[in-house]
Ligand binder design. Structure first.
Ligand code: GDP
Ligand code: MG
Length: 362
């Protein structure tokens, strides 16, 4: 219990000062008027504060409240920190998921022989797309992209027609020509008149493979010794709907002659010559590109692919088709004449490629 004296101009304001300081629980002990040294009259109010603890309590309460507020603030800050940490972790997990899904799918396609540069080009177009986080979706998206990008040449038999097959030795040019002849002459709704022009100047005494097929199928065929005879041969076969031209694997010297001859023939408006490069599905990517580069000056019209039966893996071939724009017309799927020939189709390529991917996935 303390006593305190409050001084003011009048007793009322002195008392109010006391209340302001200690609250209404104070007890009025005395109130008097006193003349001070300055000669003025002042009111002196003396009060007792019954429970000092109250004041302390209030002070304590304030302090407690304040410390609670501080505590709360600290807890809030902690919570915020924890939340943002968790958020960050979640984000990291997401990008990790995205990263691993994309990486996994990329690895599968690249492992299957699809050119990394092509895959990366596709993935680049998907930046921040949610597909990148989903292996299955991403795989089917890439397969769709492959499907869309493949360039397939429709089979069109607008006559008169002349198809020349070029390519390295042993890729199946002569065999494919025999299959095409059988197809055009006997296996379509309409029967076309077909003739062979053989520029495959086989060695004397060697087996005339094309002549053999011509005999069996009763197909007109002319063999020319060299490229000079080529134009004469075409002249002689003008009445046929389709002329199929077989060539040998060529030395650079022969190739030069071939270009000149082809240029000469191509100026002949009567019959356009379609030059087809025959590529085996079995060679590695670099070889495909090399073969293509070596023959591309011939102004290639389209591509045919042989030896599908000799490989399970089509990634390399698909890569080549994705990066080189030449349309593909026919597939050779074995040695059997005339059965092992297919008109090129995306379905065939993708079916085999997908089968291959699934097999790997198991
Ligand atoms: N497995 C397989 N062998 C083929 C295919 N096409 C051709 N061949 C064979 O490959 C060899 C060379 O064929 P050929 O037509 O003489 O090739 P060319 O030198 O390019 O005329 C022959 O034994 C053919 O039977 C094919 O698609 N698959
Ligand atoms: Mg041949």
């Amino acid at each position: 219990m303390i006593e305190e004296k409050f001084v003011a101009d009048n007793p009322k304001s002195a008392y109010e000062d006391a209340v302001r300081k200690y609250g209404k629980e104070i007890k009025l002990l005395s109130a008097k008027q006193v003349k001070h040294d300055d000669g003025k009259l002042y009111s002196e109010v003396t009060v007792s504060v019954p429970e000092v603890s109250h004041v302390e309590e209030r002070k304590n309460e304030e302090e407690i409240l304040l410390s609670e507020v501080h505590l709360l603030k600290a807890q809030l800050a902690q919570m915020q920190q924890a939340m943002s940490k968790k958020l960050k972790q979640n984000l990291q997990v997401q990008t990790k998921e995205e990263y691993s899904a994309t990486r996994k799918v990329r690895d599968i396609f690249v492992g299957k022989g699809i050119a990394p540069e092509w895959i990366d080009r596709v993935l680049d177009t998907l930046k921040e797309n949610t597909i990148l986080k989903d292996e299955k979706l991403l795989t089917s998206y890439i397969l769709e992209e492959i499907d869309e990008s493949l360039n397939i040449k429709e089979e069109r038999l607008d006559i008169p027609k002349m198809i020349m097959l070029v390519g390295p030795t042993g890729v199946g040019k002569t065999t494919t020509i025999a299959k095409l002849a059988a197809r055009y002459a006997y296996m379509l709704g309409k029967s076309y008149s077909v003739a062979f022009l053989n520029v495959d100047n086989y060695k004397i005494g060697a087996f005339d493979q094309l002549g053999h097929y011509a005999d069996i199928m009763q197909i007109e065929h002319i063999s020319v010794e060299d490229l000079e005879g080529f134009s004469e041969g075409i002249e002689a076969l003008q009445k046929y709907d389709i002329i199929l031209v077989d060539t040998a694997g060529m030395s650079p010297y022969d190739t030069e002659k071939l270009i000149r001859t082809v240029e000469y023939v191509q100026t002949d408006k009567a019959r356009k010559i379609e030059i087809n490069l025959l590529l085996p599905a079995t060679v590695k990517y670099e070889d495909m590109c090399d073969i293509y580069e070596n023959f591309s000056f011939l102004n290639l019209h389209s591509l045919m692919i042989s030896k599908f039966d000799e490989t399970k893996y089509l990634g390399t071939l698909l890569s080549f088709m994705l990066l080189y724009p030449l349309p593909v017309s026919y597939f050779s799927t074995g040695q059997e004449v005339p059965d092992d020939l297919l008109v090129a189709s995306k379905e065939y390529l993708l079916e085999r490629f997908i089968g291959d991917i699934e097999e790997r996935d198991k």
